[in-house]
Design a protein around this ligand. Structure first.
Ligand SMILES: Cc1cc2nc3c(=O)[nH]c(=O)nc-3n(C[C@H](O)[C@H](O)[C@H](O)COP(=O)(O)OP(=O)(O)OC[C@H]3O[C@@H](n4cnc5c(N)ncnc54)[C@H](O)[C@@H]3O)c2cc1C
Length: 334
């Protein structure tokens, strides 16, 4: 088939790559490839850390996509950070939040043992004062910018739509879906900081500091990524002093050596959120497919999304949890 993919973020590129692998003729269209949320993402592949009450479908999708990541990363030639994630709480109230997550994971069948402060610091000497924590051994991380670069090497992206008429158009424009689908996705701002540190943590460290949620993701070569704020808003995403201050204050309490880290970048992007926080992967009419609305999980869900999208185009199989037609897709014009 001739397929146009509109949008070259991690989702559009992963879909295009899978469709090319399956022998389709694909053009990806984006005037600014890789510049959206995928450019900001921390790259945590963290179904356990992100598990939430009342979200069984998100858990199921996350676990299935996480299982694809080792072979996907190897195929793309990008490094997978596989030391696991330490979930930690700074004070007694934060420890309750860790306890709640551990209980939820136990109910989901994940064997996660709570760890005390001494054991935590033995595993991760860069940690500051923490009340308790847990190791999430299967929550890994990847550098989304490296993934996007690897995918850009494998598919062709053009700034404007080719003249040819495609058999199928895939809309993968992240938080900005075009009419008549625009209201299916809204932007949820996330601010994130990148720094360089000689003494970075071995693990991804995520958790709570006096109720503030924060994570520190180490990357090869000394980079650390500190994120992220979450804010509903209707303006363009900008970095705010308040957002950066909250992130850095919490991160430096969890990992005190960050005090000496060199600040490299602070950016903000919109996460593409749907009303039920599940993505849109499937057809909306005979020739238009959506691959959008991945909210906080677009990096984690990229390999599974590519697979589900290609299957739905080729075989008409659409998973109900992600079927865009669970919503009234078209905007009413009157
Ligand atoms: C601060 C932050 C941290 C995050 N951390 C994580 C994480 O740790 N793990 C995780 O799994 N997810 C994370 N996410 C979420 C993840 O980044 C998103 O879910 C994912 O990047 C969405 O990818 P996308 O390709 O749909 O959208 P985008 O990356 O936003 O790409 C959309 C693309 O569409 C293009 N476009 C827009 N309009 C048009 C148009 N009309 N024509 C052509 N092209 C167009 C844009 O130029 C852009 O390149 C994070 C997000 C943020 C903001």
């Amino acid at each position: 088939m001739r397929i146009h993919v509109i949008g070259a973020g991690i989702i559009g590129l992963a879909c295009a790559h899978e469709l090319v692998r399956r022998g389709h003729r694909v053009a990806v269209v984006d005037p600014a490839p890789g510049s959206g949320a995928s450019h900001a993402a921390a790259g945590m592949l963290s179904p356990a850390g992100e598990a939430w009450h009342g979200e069984p479908e998100a858990w199921d999708l996350g676990v299935r996509s996480a299982a694809r990541w080792p072979s996907y990363a190897a195929e793309l030639g990008v490094a997978l950070h596989r030391t696991g994630t330490l979930l930690v709480g700074h004070d007694a109230a934060d420890a309750q939040l860790v306890g709640r997550q551990v209980e939820l994971l136990a109910r989901l069948g994940v064997d996660v043992a709570p760890l005390g402060p001494i054991e935590l610091r033995r595993r991760e000497p860069t940690l500051g004062r923490v009340a308790c924590g847990a190791l999430l051994p299967d929550d890994h991380a990847v550098d989304p910018r490296a993934v996007v670069a690897a995918l850009l090497d494998r598919v062709e992206v053009v700034p404007t739509r080719p003249d040819e008429r495609p058999d199928v158009t895939v809309l993968a424009t992240g938080s900005r879906l075009p009419a008549p689908f625009a209201r299916l996705v809204r932007g949820v701002r996330g601010e994130i900081v990148r720094a360089h540190c000689d003494d970075q943590p071995r693990h991804v460290v995520r958790g709570w500091v006096r109720g503030e949620s924060v994570y520190v993701v180490p990357r090869p070569g000394g980079e650390v990524v500190i994120g992220a704020t979450v804010e509903e808003h209707s303006r363009p995403p900008v970095v705010t002093l308040g957002g950066v201050e909250r992130l850095l204050a919490a991160a430096r309490i969890l990992v005190p050596s960050l005090d000496r880290a060199e600040l490299r970048e602070a950016i903000a992007r919109d996460r593409p959120a749907t009303p039920d926080h599940l993505p849109l992967i499937g057809p909306v009419d005979d020739t238009t497919w959506l691959a959008a609305g991945h909210f906080r999980h677009g990096v984690l869900l990229a390999p599974l999304t590519a697979h589900l999208l290609a299957d739905s185009i080729e075989h008409g199989r659409v998973e109900p949890a992600v079927d865009p037609r669970r919503f009234d897709c078209k905007e009413r014009t009157s």
